[in-house]
Design a protein around this ligand. Structure first.
Ligand SMILES: [Zn+2]
Ligand SMILES: [Zn+2]
Length: 153
């Protein structure tokens, strides 16, 4: 399995605590997304996420339910407090995108890339190392993941 180094376990939970999850190790990459969809789902200026291999995620308590768009990309929420916890992206069954704001140690996940700056609110900066007007091109990912693995930011 792909691993970013440390095998530390990062615990996360929804607002009410009914759903507890844990992610093992360092993420493959961290992101901020300024897209309109993320803005609406987070009720905020942008979303923060940490991309992990799917098998690095453990649901330790509760049962997440599908929310958001209910489409091929599955957004998982706590069914009680409706907090958005993670996403299983369309066509990428081996990956899970965890909302890094939900981690107990959320400040340890600063965004390395930011996406959809074309839709960002003018008064907001996410402080990411790399900015993309939309999503990074598919062929940019190997290099971005390799650079993130070395990043100490
Ligand atoms: Zn909850
Ligand atoms: Zn987004």
């Amino acid at each position: 399995m792909i691993s970013g180094g440390t095998d530390a376990v990062h615990e996360a939970s929804c607002r009410c605590g009914r759903v507890q999850i844990a992610a093992r190790g360092r993420p493959l990459i961290t992101m901020a997304c300024h897209c309109t969809g993320c803005r609406k789902m987070t009720s905020s200026a942008f979303s923060l996420s940490a991309l992990y291999p799917a098998d690095a995620l453990t649901i330790t308590s509760g049962e997440p339910v599908i929310g958001g768009l209910h489409g091929p990309t599955r957004h998982y929420f706590c069914g009680w407090c409706m907090s958005w916890l993670f996403t299983r992206p369309e066509g990428m069954d081996d990956l899970v995108n965890i909302r890094s704001a939900m981690f107990d140690d959320a400040p340890a996940f600063p965004p390395y890339v930011e996406t959809f700056t074309s839709e960002s609110m003018p008064f907001v900066t996410a402080g990411a190392e790399h900015s993309f007007e939309r999503f990074p091109p598919q062929d940019a990912f190997p290099e971005l993941l390799a650079a993130y693995a070395q990043w100490t930011g």
